[in-house]
Write a protein that binds this ligand. Structure first.
Ligand code: IVH
Length: 698
């Protein structure tokens, strides 16, 4: 797509435009060279979304994008339909128009084992009269199938699969997917119009993040990334689609107008053409081999890598590589004969919904948990599944006694995909939600606008126990040897009643309990003592303030010198912290204005738990204030820990990885990947240990 010379030129221009962006010098550039800025943005979109190898950080990209937006706002006449700013839709789509695909979107025949593949290969060989066939093998991406049409090099239309003949026009939403270029030089291959098929995906980590947020907000999560991708494509608000970080792999050309001998004659050649034109085709994931044996070997090898991929695949697709041969083989009434899908072992299973229990979380949220007949899904026995909330139960139309389909994808917790209503025999009963807390018997309450019922008695035993479990957990105060079971046991035996109680345990009484030898008691004691000096962010996270996850806790820890200072903060002041919006600020404010909470914190301090931000305390001067540092390789004059301490003592910050947020990378001997990564981000200053020492005050 971009040769070395072009890439270098665009990177040079990036630096120039970044300087303009930083100077906020909107006048400096005229409308004539604005296309140059667009090219720079397109180049970085390509590096990030197609090559997945960015050259600049997110902030730099945002700055360039905002600069283009500012120019275009100033003189709207210069806006072009393919400007990177024009992906974002304005307004809502009221309905999706029905559109006919240029060529029906067929599905593939499935195969499940070696035999099926050998059979299919035998038939293809018979029909073609060839002794051995060249195949292209690709992953079978597990997302939502779409078509995109380019007309005279412009993205013209995109549609869902629908019934295969007619789909929904989702052009505006597809424009939000940054790996789908708005323009592509098909004309350089003599192509006037082209219809391409592909799969829209949401990667595993975005899916998890997205679902966690839904669950936190009491909104039913998606059962799997495929449903999340399909659901996202059907949203009416295309700007919201843009925020879902959808990705697309384009893997099949279904229609071409414009005959020309510049067009590839093989399927793999087409995937290369797409890649060269700026699409994310499976060029890097495909394998071209002769003969079915090599296909089978590759499929086996690929399946073992399945869990390590960033996105879900549910099998592999084998395609005859020669396009002429594809045409000769043609199709049956349902499927093309030139391709076959190989399906991996299912991650779904059916089970029975036997009962529902109700758990109270640390924030009082009532979570219904389905008890199901034990079933194996991808190697794990599942006996219970969270069914989130009342709305979810209604939406999935779940009843006790139902036969259900469950799925466990990647490291995501199992979910119910659906219930089989057609299998009901009339003995099924409705799931009844309790009106009172099953633990403390208080009346349950559902705040307006929320989907979750809550027990609002903050002294409810279930909540107290869950709060203690969270406090001692690995990502919070990390008190090893104090697992969930011990917390529950001590609580039941009244040896522990609240968080400060952890530091007042009666070890003599615990020593008398079964299973508590001298050694385990000592371990527990030591772990509790060492937790007293955990960094402040762990304590903040451990307090379990609603909406305050680990990242927000880290941000908050750097805001104050002592935790109790938050009791003087207004909601507005809290919102000044990075990533703290109104909802989060409201929750933090409430926590630090609750007398019981403040009392608990004072008690913790009396018991020796540090509420101070140790790092903030020790800064002796601020010569490095506002700057971030990272060390890599072996230093020769200072120890790594010493060097880091010097940074902090002078008001600088150590960051954990190379990103656009890093200002200085200090390079020692044998520096590795961090240096390589930093070289790609122009704003990072790469310096030696000597340079660093010179920066420190004498
Ligand atoms: S080729 C004419 N290639 O799997 C056939 N399909 O039934 C064109 N899929 O509906 C499809 N990854 O949505 C093809 N690398 C891949 C694919 C793929 C996923 C989907 C596609 C299709 C279904 C097969």
């Amino acid at each position: 797509m971009y040769d070395k010379g072009q890439a270098q030129k665009l990177q040079q221009q990036t630096i120039e435009w970044l300087a303009v962006a930083i100077a906020k010098d909107n006048k400096k550039y005229s409308s004539e060279n604005i296309e140059g800025l667009r090219d720079v943005l397109r180049f970085h979109e390509y590096r990030y979304y197609v090559q997945t190898d960015p050259l600049i950080g997110d902030t730099e990209y945002d700055n360039l994008y905002k600069l283009l937006e500012a120019f275009e706002k100033e003189s709207p006449v210069i806006i072009t339909a393919d400007s990177p700013t024009q992906r974002v839709g304005n307004g809502l789509v009221s309905i999706f128009l029905k559109v006919q695909h240029l060529v029906p979107m067929l599905s593939l025949a499935n195969s499940y084992n070696e035999e099926d593949l050998l059979d299919w290969d035998r038939k293809a060989k018979e029909l073609s009269g060839q002794p051995e066939i060249e195949y292209c093998v690709e992953p079978k991406f597990d997302g939502a199938s779409v078509s995109v049409i380019y007309d005279n090099d412009q993205l013209f239309r995109s549609a869902t699969r629908g019934d295969g003949v007619v789909g929904d026009d989702i052009t505006q939403n597809t424009r939000q997917i940054r790996s789908v270029p708005l323009t592509a030089k098909f004309s350089s291959y003599g192509i006037e119009q082209i219809e391409i098929r592909g799969e829209v995906l949401i990667n595993k980590s975005n899916f998890k993040k997205y679902n966690d947020r839904l669950i936190e907000e009491g909104i039913p999560p998606f059962a799997n990334p495929r449903n999340a991708a399909a659901g996202s494509l059907r949203m009416k608000d295309s700007a919201a689609v843009g925020k879902r970080n959808l990705e697309a792999f384009l893997y099949h050309i279904s229609y071409i107008i414009g005959t020309d001998n510049r067009q590839p004659t093989t399927h793999s050649g087409m995937l290369e053409m797409l890649w060269d034109l700026g699409f994310r085709s499976p060029k890097k994931e495909m394998l071209v081999v002769k003969g079915i044996d090599k296909v089978i070997a590759h499929i086996e090898a690929f399946e073992s890598q399945r869990d390590g991929l960033p996105y879900e695949i549910d099998g592999m697709v084998v395609k005859v590589n020669d396009l002429q041969l594809q045409e000769r083989l043609g199709m049956t009434s349902h499927h093309p004969r030139w391709a076959i899908a190989f399906k991996f072992k299912a991650r779904q299973a059916t089970s029975k919904l036997l009962g529902v229990g109700f758990q109270i979380g640390r924030t009082g949220a009532v979570t219904p948990v389905a008890k199901i007949a034990a079933v194996q899904v991808s190697g794990v026995t599942v006996t219970s599944i969270s069914i989130h909330n009342e709305e979810y139960i209604k939406e999935k139309n779940l009843m006790l006694g139902d036969t259900i389909l469950i799925e466990r994808s990647g490291d995501v917790i199992p979910q119910i995909v659906k219930s089989f209503e057609e299998l009901r025999d009339g003995t099924e009963t409705a799931i009844k939600f309790p009106t009172h807390c099953p633990v403390c018997a208080d009346l349950l309450f559902k705040p307006e606008g929320e989907a979750v019922w809550r027990c609002i008695n903050i002294n409810c035993a279930a909540q107290v126990v869950e709060r203690i479990i969270h406090f001692v957990s690995k990502d919070a105060m990390d008190i090893k040897s104090f697992g969930d079971a011990n917390v529950r046991k001590f609580f039941e035996l009244k040896l522990l009643k609240d968080i400060p109680g952890i530091y007042r345990l009666d070890y003599e009484a615990i020593g008398k309990l079964e299973g508590f030898g001298k050694k385990s008691l000592e371990n527990l004691k030591a772990a509790i003592t060492s937790s007293k000096t955990q960094p402040l962010h762990r304590l903040i996270y451990g307090l379990g303030i609603r909406y305050v996850g680990e990242n927000t806790a880290k941000t908050l820890a750097n805001v104050v010198g002592h935790l109790l200072q938050f009791s003087d903060y207004t909601e507005e002041q809290l919102q000044e912290a990075e990533d703290v919006g109104t909802k989060v600020a409201g929750s933090i404010y409430k926590f630090f204005h609750d007398a019981e909470n403040l009392h608990m914190l004072e008690e913790l301090e009396r018991l020796g738990i540090s509420l101070k931000n140790q790092k903030k305390q020790v800064a002796e001067n601020d010569s490095l204030a506002g700057q971030t540092f990272l060390f890599t390789g072996t230093l020769s004059q200072l120890k790594r820990s010493e060097a880091e301490e010097r940074v902090e003592k002078n008001g600088g910050k150590i960051v954990s990885g190379v990103s656009s947020k890093l200002n200085y990378l200090i390079v020692g001997d044998d520096a590795g990947s961090k240096l390589e990564k930093a070289k790609k981000i122009q704003t990072i200053k790469i310096i030696t240990e000597d340079d660093f020492i010179k920066m420190l005050p004498a």
